[in-house]
Design a protein around this ligand. Structure first.
Ligand SMILES: COc1ccc([C@H]2[C@H](O)[C@H](O)[C@H](C)N2C)cc1
Length: 450
C-alpha cells in the first residue's frame, strides 16, 4: 500500500440513506444547455465536426465572437416546469444540470464573474428555475460544474511559470467561491457532477481539491461527489495510487456501459449517455446513429442489472425548448417505465449468470428477481441458471401475474421458462419469486415444486 494524504478517504460503498436512494434511482436525465445551443453545431452555415458544446474550441470561430454570444442569449421558450414534466413522464428520478460548461458561461447569477446569465438579455436565474421545477416534480437535482473554464483569464492548462501559478491561485479561489455559492444558493441539490478536471493544472492540486471536497461535504452533509473531482498527490484520477475509488461513485462510464459485474469493482456508478454518438449540447444536424427508445430501455436495464444507474442526455435548443426527437424518446421510455418500473427502481445486480435473452435485476433487500427480456430465442425457451441453493417459487409476467410459468428443470440449478408463442414487440419483464435455502431461515434446501 502506498502512503497517501490525498487519495480515497473511504473504501467501499457509502451506506447512508442519501446514497442508498441514489443507488436505487435506476434512470436519470442529463441536461446540457448553454450558449453553445445557440449555434447548435454550426457557424455561418458551416458544420462543426466535433461535439456541439465544444464548438468554441473550433478554429472556425474567433473565441471572442463565441464569447459575445452571452449578449444574444434570450431563450424565450425556456420553461423549466415543462422540462421537469418531461423528465417525470420519462421516469427519471434524478437530473444532472449544467450550471457552467467548459466555455465558462454561468446559468446562475454568480457574484464572482460577469460572464453569467445576469448579463444576458434573459437576466433570470436559470439554475434556480430548474432546481425548483425538478424539486416540485420530486426529481432530485445534481449540479454539473466544469472546473476547466475557457473564459476565465486565470485558467491555465498547465502551470509552467511563476505568472501561471499566481494566476492559477486566483483561479482556485474563484472555483472554490463558485462552488460554495452554488451549494449556498441551491441547498436542496443532492450532489455535484464535476467535469473538466483532466488538465495538468488541476491534477496538480491534490491537496487543494481534497480540502475543498472536505469543505463542501461539511457544508452539505450527504453531498454526493463522484470520482471525477480530484486526483491524488501522484496525479491518479478516479482510482487513487492504491486502486481505491475516489469520491462516492465511479464516473468513468461516459458513453459506455460495463459488460460484466467484475468491471464495476464493487463500486456505485452511473453511465451518462448521448442519443447521437457524441453530442451533449444541442446540435441542429444530428448525424449518424440515433439511439432508439428500445435501445435506450435496454441500456437502462443493462446498467441496473450491473448495479448502476443510466443517465440519458437532453440538449435543449437555443430558445430553451426541448427538440421533438427527445420528447418522443422520453414518451417511449416513459410508456415502458409505467409498466415495468418495478424492475428498474431500487433494483441491483441479481447474482444470476447473464443469459442471451436479456438482464436479471433484483429488488434491493428482497428475494424478488426480474428478468428483463429483449431477445426472445427462436426456441421460446428462456434459460435460467440460479445461484446455488436458490429455488424458484413462482414465475409470472410482471404485466399480468395471471400469466405464470412452470420452470422446466433441465439440469442442476438450470431451468427453461417456455414462452407462449407471442407477438411481443416491446421488451417485457418476468418476475421470479426465489427462495434462498440457508441454515438460519430453516429452509432445508429442496427443489421447491411449483
Ligand atoms: C473525449 O473528451 C471529452 C468527452 C466529453 C467531455 C464532456 C462533454 O462535453 C460532456 O459535458 C461530457 C459529460 N463531458 C465528459 C469532455 C471531453
Amino acid at each position: 500500500k502506498i502512503a497517501l494524504l490525498h487519495g480515497a478517504h473511504r473504501v467501499g460503498k457509502r451506506t447512508d440513506a442519501t446514497m442508498e436512494k441514489w443507488r436505487g434511482y435506476g434512470l436519470g436525465q442529463f441536461i446540457h444547455w448553454g450558449l453553445y445551443a445557440i449555434p447548435g453545431g454550426a457557424w455561418n452555415g458551416k458544420q462543426y465536426n466535433g461535439a456541439a458544446e465544444w464548438i468554441r474550441s473550433w478554429d472556425g470561430i474567433p473565441k471572442s465572437t463565441y464569447d459575445s454570444l452571452n449578449y444574444s442569449f434570450n431563450p424565450t421558450a425556456f420553461d423549466a416546469k415543462a422540462w421537469a414534466k418531461t423528465a417525470k413522464q420519462m421516469g427519471a428520478r434524478y437530473v444532472t444540470f449544467t450550471t457552467k460548461h467548459h466555455d465558462g458561461f454561468c446559468l446562475w447569477p454568480s457574484k464572482y464573474t460577469k460572464y453569467t446569465v445576469k448579463n444576458s438579455p434573459y437576466k433570470k436565474d436559470i439554475v434556480k428555475a430548474v432546481v425548483d421545477a425538478y424539486d416540485q416534480e420530486g426529481i432530485d437535482v445534481i449540479l454539473y460544474f466544469s472546473v476547466m473554464d475557457w473564459n476565465h483569464p486565470d485558467w491555465r492548462y498547465d502551470i509552467k511559470t511563476k505568472e501561471d501559478s499566481i494566476a492559477f491561485e486566483r483561479f482556485k479561489k474563484f472555483t472554490r467561491n463558485q462552488l460554495i455559492e452554488l451549494l449556498t444558493n441551491y441547498p436542496t441539490v443532492k450532489g455535484l457532477w464535476f467535469d473538466g478536471t483532466w488538465d495538468k493544472s488541476w491534477v496538480k492540486q491534490a491537496a487543494f481539491a481534497d480540502e475543498l471536497e472536505t469543505e463542501m461535504r461539511r457544508l452539505r452533509p450527504g453531498l454526493i461527489i463522484g470520482s471525477r473531482f480530484r486526483a491524488d498527490e501522484n496525479g491518479k484520477r478516479h482510482f487513487d495510487s492504491n486502486g481505491v475509488l475516489m469520491g462516492d461513485y465511479e464516473q468513468g462510464w461516459e458513453r459506455k456501459i460495463p459488460s460484466k459485474i467484475e468491471d464495476v469493482h464493487g463500486n456505485d456508478w452511473d453511465c451518462v449517455m448521448t442519443v447521437p454518438e457524441n453530442q451533449w449540447g444541442y446540435n441542429a444536424a444530428w448525424n449518424g446513429h440515433l439511439k432508439t427508445g428500445t435501445e435506450l430501455i435496454e441500456m437502462t436495464a443493462r446498467c441496473v442489472s450491473l448495479g448502476g444507474n443510466f443517465v440519458l442526455n437532453f440538449g435543449p435548443k437555443g430558445d430553451g425548448a426541448i427538440r421533438q426527437e427527445e420528447i418522443k424518446l422520453a414518451e417511449e421510455i416513459g410508456d415502458w417505465m409505467k409498466v415495468n418500473q418495478e424492475a428498474i427502481y431500487n433494483c441491483e445486480y441479481a447474482g444470476f449468470d447473464k443469459q442471451d435473452w436479456g438482464y436479471f435485476t433484483r429488488k434491493t433487500g428482497t428475494d424478488k428477481v426480474y428478468m428483463v427480456v429483449f431477445n426472445v430465442p427462436l426456441s421460446g425457451a428462456l434459460r435460467i441458471k440460479t445461484p446455488s441453493k436458490t429455488a424458484i417459487k413462482k414465475a409470472y409476467m410482471l404485466a399480468d401475474a395471471e400469466e405464470s410459468f412452470v420452470p422446466e428443470e433441465i439440469s442442476a440449478d438450470e431451468y427453461f421458462l417456455h414462452l407462449k408463442k407471442s407477438t411481443n414487440s416491446k421488451p417485457f419483464v418476468i418476475v421470479l419469486e426465489t427462495l434462498k435455502a440457508t441454515q438460519d431461515n430453516g429452509t432445508k434446501y429442496e427443489k421447491a415444486k411449483i
